[in-house]
Design a protein around this ligand. Structure first.
Ligand code: SF4
Length: 474
C-alpha cells in the first residue's frame, strides 16, 4: 500500500485526524513561542547551518580525529558500511559477551537498521526504554514520529495496552499514573540488562566524546548500570569542536518541543571511570556517503532530528506518520528515504503541498521543499513515475511547446466545459472535487482578455498626492 492509500485509511478516522493535527500544531506553536524568546534565534540558525555545512565537507578528517581521541579515552570505534554490517557488529559484541538482555534508548538509526528484529532473531531480548518507543514496541508497530513515537495514540488506548501487557487497571488514562506503570515495569528490565544501547545526537571530533539528549533519563540509567555500552551513530552526526555544541543544544529542544533545553543532556567520553565497563561506538554509513555526493540533496544530512518539519507539515499532521511507510516520516523523511531507495519511496516527494513551512522552521536551514521539488524532477527523469503520470506529463510537455495547439485545445475544453452541467463536470474529476468545487469556467482565455484590454483606450493614472508631513515615518 502506498502513502495515498494509507493516508486515506488515517483520515477515515475523523476524530483521530482532528486531534493528531491539533496536538502537533500545539507543539509547533510552542516552538514558535520558544523561538520568539531568543533574540538571536535567526543568527543561531545561521551558525548551526554553517557548522553543519562545513562539517559535511570534511567528514573523513573529522571522524579520523574523533577515532583518535575516542580510542585514547578507551572507546572502541567500529565502522559499518550498511545496516547489515551495523547489526552484525552489535550482535557480535553481544554474542561474545553472552549478553541475553539489552535496554535501548531512542535511536532512529537502529530503527533504520532494523536492529531490534535482528537481535531478537539471535535470541536477545531488546527493551526500548523511551516511553513512547516502549508503547509502539509493545504494539508491534514502528514509531510514527521521530521525537514523539506514539503521538498517533490516545491515552485510553495506552491504558488498554498497559492493562493487557503490564496488568494495570483497564480504565487507567491519567498520564502520571500510566508513566508510573511503565516505570515500574521497566525498573526490573534495567536491573537485568547486561548491555545498554544508545544513539548519538552529536559526536565531537575534538574530544572523541559524544552527547545523547533525552527527556526521561533512560539513556543515563541504561548505560550506567550494565558493563557494556554500545552507541550507534550515523556518519553525518559529527561536529568539529566542543564549543559548536552550544547553538545546537539551544536550537534542538526549542525546535522539537518548545522546551528551553532537554531534561537530560548526557556527555560520554570513554567508559565509566574506575569500572570495567566497555564503550563501543559504531559509525554507520548506510547510504549517507552516496547522499553526500549529490549536491542538490546533501544538506539533508545536516538534520538534527528535531521533528519541527513534521509538526508543521499540513500533510504529515493530517495523514499520520505510518502513512509514509518509512523509518523517518514527514518532509525530511521524504527526502532521506527517497535518497536511500527511490524505487520504494518515489511517491513521498509528491506527498507535499510545497507550502515551504518545513523550510521556515528547520533550525539548520535545510531547504526541504526545494529538495522535495528537485526529487520530483529526478524521479521523472529516472523513470520512477507511474505510467499514467509519465503519459500526462509528456502530453503536457508536448502541448506547452505548441502554442497554437494549446490555444485551440483550451478553446475547445472551455466550450465543452461550459456546456456541461456543474455536477457532471465535478463527477468527471472525482478525486479533485471530493473536498472542493471546480471554479467557474471562464468564457475567454487569459490571452483573449489581455488582448481585449490592450485594445481599450488607456485611462490616465491618478497622480499620487504627497502625504502631509505628520503622516510620514509612521
Ligand atoms: S529537517 Fe530540520 S526541521 Fe526537520 S527534523 Fe531535521 S532539523 Fe528538524
Amino acid at each position: 500500500m502506498g502513502h495515498r492509500e494509507r493516508a486515506r485509511e488515517f483520515v477515515a478516522d475523523v476524530d483521530r485526524t482532528r486531534w493528531h493535527d491539533q496536538a502537533l500544531w500545539f507543539v509547533r506553536s510552542k516552538r514558535d513561542q520558544a523561538a520568539d524568546l531568543v533574540p538571536d534565534w535567526e543568527a543561531l540558525r545561521d551558525q548551526a547551518s554553517a557548522i553543519k555545512r562545513s562539517a559535511l565537507t570534511e567528514l573523513p578528517e573529522l571522524w579520523r580525529e574523533f577515532e583518535e581521541h575516542a580510542t585514547a579515552a578507551g572507546t572502541v570505534v567500529h565502522w559499518a558500511r550498511d545496516a547489515h554490517e551495523h547489526n552484525e557488529i552489535v550482535a557480535g559484541l553481544l554474542r561474545d559477551r553472552s549478553v541475553r538482555h539489552v535496554v535501548k534508548s531512542k535511536s532512529m538509526l537502529t530503527e533504520e537498521c532494523g536492529l531490534n528484529s535482528y537481535l531478537e532473531a539471535e535470541g536477545i531480548e531488546v527493551i526500548d526504554t523511551d516511553l513512547g518507543e516502549r508503547i509502539v514496541q509493545l504494539r508491534g508497530e514502528p514509531p510514527s514520529h521521530i521525537v514523539m513515537p506514539a503521538i498517533h495514540l490516545q491515552r485510553a488506548e495506552i491504558g488498554e495496552l498497559f492493562a493487557k501487557e503490564m496488568g494495570s487497571a483497564p480504565d487507567l488514562d491519567d498520564p502520571t499514573e500510566l508513566t508510573d506503570v511503565a516505570r515500574r515495569d521497566l525498573r526490573d528490565r534495567f536491573l537485568k540488562a547486561e548491555a545498554g544501547l544508545t544513539g548519538i545526537n552529536f559526536a565531537i571530533a575534538e574530544t572523541g566524546g559524544f552527547v545523547v539528549v533525552t527527556n526521561e533519563g533512560n539513556a543515563d540509567l541504561g548505560t550506567a548500570l550494565p558493563g557494556l555500552h554500545i552507541a550507534s551513530v550515523g556518519l553525518e552526526k559529527i561536529i568539529p569542536q566542543q564549543k559548536d555544541l552550544a547553538p545546537f543544544l539551544r536550537l534542538l529542544a526549542r525546535s522539537a518541543t518548545g522546551q528551553a533545553i532537554t531534561t537530560y543532556t548526557s556527555h560520554f567520553r570513554g567508559p565509566r571511570p574506575r569500572s570495567t565497563q566497555e564503550l563501543h561506538v559504531v559509525i554507520v554509513d548506510n547510504g549517507r556517503s552516496q547522499l553526500l555526493g549529490r549536491p542538490a540533496f546533501r544538506e539533508a544530512l545536516g538534520c538534527i532530528r528535531c521533528g519541527a518539519c513534521l509538526n508543521t507539515c499540513p500533510v504529515y499532521r493530517r495523514s499520520g506518520g505510518h502513512s509514509y511507510s518509512a523509518t523517518i516520516p514527514g518532509p525530511i523523511g521524504s527526502v532521506l528515504e527517497t535518497s536511500r531507495d527511490p524505487a520504494t519511496h518515489a511517491e513521498l516527494p509528491h506527498a507535499c503541498s510545497l507550502c515551504g513551512s518545513c523550510t521556515d522552521v528547520c533550525p539548520v536551514r535545510i531547504p526541504l521543499h526545494h529538495q522535495l521539488l528537485a526529487w520530483r524532477g529526478e524521479l521523472a527523469l529516472s523513470g520512477h513515475h507511474p505510467a499514467w503520470r509519465r503519459f500526462s506529463l509528456n502530453l503536457v510537455a508536448w502541448l506547452f511547446v505548441r502554442p497554437t495547439m494549446y490555444r485551440l485545445l483550451g478553446r475547445f475544453a472551455r466550450g465543452i466545459g461550459r456546456r456541461l452541467p456543474p455536477t457532471l463536470r465535478e463527477d468527471l474529476l472525482p478525486a479533485w472535487t471530493r473536498q472542493r468545487h471546480l471554479p467557474t469556467i471562464p468564457k475567454s482565455s487569459f490571452r483573449e482578455l489581455y488582448r481585449e484590454r490592450q485594445r481599450q483606450p488607456k485611462r490616465p493614472r491618478p497622480q499620487a498626492q504627497p502625504r502631509p508631513r505628520h503622516e510620514r515615518n509612521g
